[in-house]
Design a protein around this ligand. Structure first.
Ligand code: NAD
Length: 490
């Protein structure tokens, strides 16, 4: 029997009373790994009650004490990085190297949040008028929640959790129901890290569980990462209910290749960006726009790299790319490739209908390249979220920048060039919140905000760094006069 996952509420593991559940599947083998309950609203309410009760003491705990469990957590994550990465590979499909890299990014955010005593400092002015001082301090909000996607089960919860609790809030995670085992293993470590009970909760589930969080009056802020349709919905419902919301959505990331680019380096980096994590990365390069003479060499070299990429089970040695998350995802990606062909693109490398020896039931789509995708086609603006790179061709950098800025999404845009003036112009003019210059995955480190724009983000304060601190705190301004001091004569 597969393990039935439990919720974590008020410092204890709590079996869910849910009557509905889903199987968690290893996408490389289709083996059932666990069963995840779709928790009802009553269990969300219990989690919120526990968090509200814990908040009374937690917010009074000095910041320097609140970060002590985070230091311990950092060590626990380091000690368990290999087993966590293996869990990620098994339920999410990415390679062990990719999963380990993901956990490093999670740990960076824990390290960053250990600086909260200085990061959440306020500011003040003496004598805004004679004898009157003014101070601004930051206070936590109360109960906050995060709803996370399937593609980074180890990292994305840590874009939020460490900042939320270090600033004095109590936190509820609703992990993706497709990859909940990683969160279960992480909560076993969080339990050992020594947070007081009620500071951290995890409730498994799907839409109804999310809606219960969005509608609960005591949940003060919602952090979300997932597809644009869900992000827009969550942002609307959370804000209509008076909550703060930061909702990161989907993407379709363009990369411009200038004729002066170092083509060997560019194609290697571009392939890692487009096909790494099987393209299931919100910062994956999904459209490569060549300028002028870059077209021929880029097309030829990318085709060769795509054809030679080793696809398989992410724990097997030498594997460079794993499966996509589910059978539905595989068939959606394959039908989008067909749609691209129908709309006039040429399938230069076709990753459909391929199998991996020993893993015939796995959800594999091999690297695919669609060439000469018409800029006005629907596929040109659709997030495929699989290992599919579209090629478009422009004559000038102006044309390429216009193609970049024609998209609705604004998660990332990159340029490959050896010309500084082109690079500067690109970073100045493109509509994207994360920009790469000779970099294929412009993922901000924990000490920078993850700055999606356009349809890739709903809200104003992004995840990570100072944005995280600001999102999870409210400012209080105090104007202060002390009569005896004020009447002193100088
Ligand atoms: P998803 O939107 O299907 O699900 C994300 C979360 O929302 C899950 O926890 C799920 O249970 C919940 N959810 C889904 N539908 C819901 C509904 N109708 N009502 C309430 N809750 C709902 O996303 P996914 O498929 O898990 O993740 C992939 C997507 O996430 C891609 O679009 C990708 O680009 C995006 N993503 C974005 C970023 C970013 O930083 N912008 C990072 C990672 C992933």
């Amino acid at each position: 029997m597969p393990e039935r996952l439990q919720n974590y509420i008020n410092g204890s593991w709590a079996p869910s009373s849910a009557t509905e559940s889903l199987n968690v599947i290893n996408p490389a083998s289709a083996a059932v790994l666990a069963e995840v309950p779709l928790s009802p609203a009553a269990e969300v309410a219990k989690a919120v009650d526990a968090a509200s009760a814990a908040f009374v003491t937690w917010r009074r705990t000095p910041a320097g004490e609140r970060i002590q469990p985070l230091f311990k957590l950092k060590m626990l994550l380091e000690e368990n990085i290999d087993s966590l990465a293996r869990t990620i590979t098994n339920e999410c499909g990415k390679t062990l190297g990719e999963a380990t890299g993901e956990m490093r990014r999670a740990i960076e955010n824990v390290e960053m949040a250990c600086g909260i005593p200085s990061l959440m400092q306020g500011r003040n002015n003496e004598d805004i008028a004679p004898g009157i001082d003014e101070h601004m301090i930051r206070q936590p909000l109360g109960v906050v929640a995060a709803i996370t996607p399937f593609n980074f089960p180890g990292m994305i919860p840590f874009w939020f959790l460490p900042y939320a609790v270090a600033t004095g809030n109590c936190f509820i995670l609703k992990p993706s129901e497709r990859v909940p085992v990683t969160s279960a293993r992480m909560f076993e470590l969080l339990e050992k890290a020594g947070f007081p009970k009620g500071v951290l909760q995890m409730v498994h589930g799907g839409r109804d569980t999310v809606n219960a969080l969005l509608d609960h009056p005591e949940v003060r802020a919602i952090s979300f990462v997932g597809s644009t349709a869900t992000a827009r919905y969550i942002y609307s419902r959370a804000s209509a209910n008076g909550k703060r919301a930061q909702c990161q959505g989907g993407a379709k990331n363009p990369v411009v290749i200038m004729p002066d680019a170092d083509m060997d380096m560019t194609t290697r980096i571009l392939a890692d960006s487009a096909f790494g994590c099987a393209g299931q990365r919100c910062l994956a390069a999904s459209v490569a726009i060549t300028v002028g003479d870059a077209r021929g060499p880029l097309t030829d070299q990318m085709a060769a790299i795509a054809q030679n990429r080793k696809v398989g089970y992410g724990l097997d040695s030498g594997v460079e790319m794993g499966p996509v998350i589910s059978a539905e995802s595989k068939s959606r990606i394959e039908s989008l490739i067909a749609k691209g062909e129908h709309e006039g693109a040429r399938v230069l490398v076709d990753g459909r209908n391929r199998t991996v020896s020993g893993y015939h039931d796995g959800y594999f789509v091999f690297p695919t390249i669609l060439d000469a995708v018409p800029p006005t086609s629907e596929i040109a603006g659709t997030e495929i979220f699989g290992p599919v790179l579209s090629l478009m061709h422009a004559s000038t950098i102006d044309e390429a920048i216009a193609l970049v800025n024609a998209r609705a999404y604004g998660n990332m845009a990159c340029i490959f060039t050896t010309d500084g003036a082109n690079a500067r112009r690109f970073r100045y003019e493109v509509s994207a919140g994360n920009v790469g210059i000779n970099v294929g995955v412009a993922a901000p480190m924990a000490y920078f905000p993850f700055s999606g724009w356009g349809e890739s983000f709903f809200g104003d304060l992004h995840a990570q760094a100072d944005h995280g601190v600001e999102f999870y705190t409210q400012t209080k301004v105090i104007v202060e006069r002390w009569p005896r001091d004020w009447s002193r004569k100088f």
